[in-house]
Write a new protein. Structure first.
Length: 259
C-alpha cells in the first residue's frame, strides 16, 4: 500500500474482525505478506479508541508511515514481529510518538515553525531568504558556523573611556549558560595594544590598553553548560556500525583513501 490514505469512510469494513475498536490495514492472516510504505494515514473515524493501525500479518514490512489519529486513540501497533520496520510515527492530535526513527528520501518543505526536542544533525545547514538586493528575483544563502562544541557567540563594539578602559556587560543569563571563555579584541581606526584587564565575573569583563576614545571590537564565545548540554555532548568522530561500513552518505563524493 503506497500513497496518502484518509480513513474517514467505510467504518465497518475498516474495523478489526476481532477488535471492534481497531483498524486493520493490510491483511488478516499470518501467511499474508504485506508491504505498507510511505503512507500518511489520517484517521478521522469517531469511535476508534483502540490501535490506530493494526497489521494482522507476521510477514509484513512497514516503513515511513505516519498515522494521524484523534486524541485519546490507541497506538501504532503490529501484532507480530515484522520482517522490516522503520520510520513509522503515530500522532494523536498534535502529539506524536517517538516509536521508530524516520527516514525520508526526497525534499521536504515545512511552511511554519519546526521544534525539535532533541538533537539535530545535517550534512549542510544554511539559511535561505529573499536576496535583499533583488528580493523579487533572487534568493540568498549562507552556511552556518560549525563546531565540535556547543558554542554560543557574543560580540559588540565599545569606546574606551578617558583612562583607556571599557567595561562590557553581558546578558544576565550568560554565566548560568556558559563556561570556558575565549576572547578576541580588535582596535578600530588606530593601533592599540588592547587586552582583557579583568576576565568575566558577574557577567562583566574589562578591556584596557588603548588610547581614550578608541573603539574596540570584542567577541566572546562560551561553551554551553546547562544540564541538557552537559549530558548530550557530541562525539566528533565515531566508528560506523558494521551495516554501514563500506557505504557512504554521499556516494558521489567518495573519498580517495590514499589521501
Amino acid at each position: 500500500m503506497f500513497g496518502n490514505v484518509s480513513l474517514n469512510n467505510n467504518l465497518n469494513s475498516l474495523k478489526s474482525p476481532n477488535q471492534s475498536s481497531q483498524i486493520v490495514i493490510g491483511g488478516c492472516c499470518p501467511t499474508t505478506s504485506n508491504l505498507i510504505e510511505n503512507n500518511f494515514i489520517n484517521i478521522t473515524i469517531p469511535g476508534i479508541s483502540g490501535d490506530a493501525m493494526w497489521v494482522g500479518s507476521t510477514n509484513s514490512t512497514a516503513n515511513n508511515n505516519v498515522v494521524q489519529a484523534p486524541a485519546g486513540g490507541g497506538g501504532l501497533y503490529f501484532n507480530a514481529p515484522l520482517l522490516n520496520s522503520s520510520g513509522n510515527t503515530t500522532c494523536f492530535s498534535s502529539t506524536c510518538s517517538a516509536g521508530w526513527p524516520t527516514t525520508i528520501t526526497g525534499n521536504v518543505t515545512i511552511n511554519g515553525n519546526l521544534s525539535v526536542n532533541g538533537s539535530f544533525s545535517a550534512t549542510s545547514k544554511s539559511f535561505k531568504i529573499d536576496d535583499p538586493l533583488d528580493p523579487a528575483n533572487k534568493f540568498l544563502y549562507h552556511n552556518s558556523v560549525e563546531s565540535p562544541e556547543m558554542l554560543n557567540m557574543y560580540n559588540g563594539v565599545v569606546r574606551l573611556n578617558s583612562r583607556g578602559r571599557a567595561e562590557v556587560t553581558l546578558p544576565a543569563y550568560f554565566g548560568a549558560l556558559n563556561e570556558h571563555f575565549p576572547y578576541q579584541l580588535t582596535s578600530i581606526g588606530r593601533f592599540a595594544p588592547v587586552y582583557i584587564a579583568r576576565e568575566i565575573k558577574n557577567n562583566r569583563f574589562v578591556i584596557a590598553g588603548g588610547h581614550p576614545g578608541t573603539r574596540v571590537s570584542w567577541q566572546v564565545t562560551g561553551v554551553r553548560k546547562e544540564p541538557y548540554a552537559r549530558s548530550h555532548r557530541i562525539q566528533p568522530e565515531e566508528d560506523k556500525p558494521e551495516s554501514e561500513r563500506g557505504h557512504y552518505l554521499h556516494p558521489g563524493g567518495v573519498y580517495d583513501e590514499s589521501n
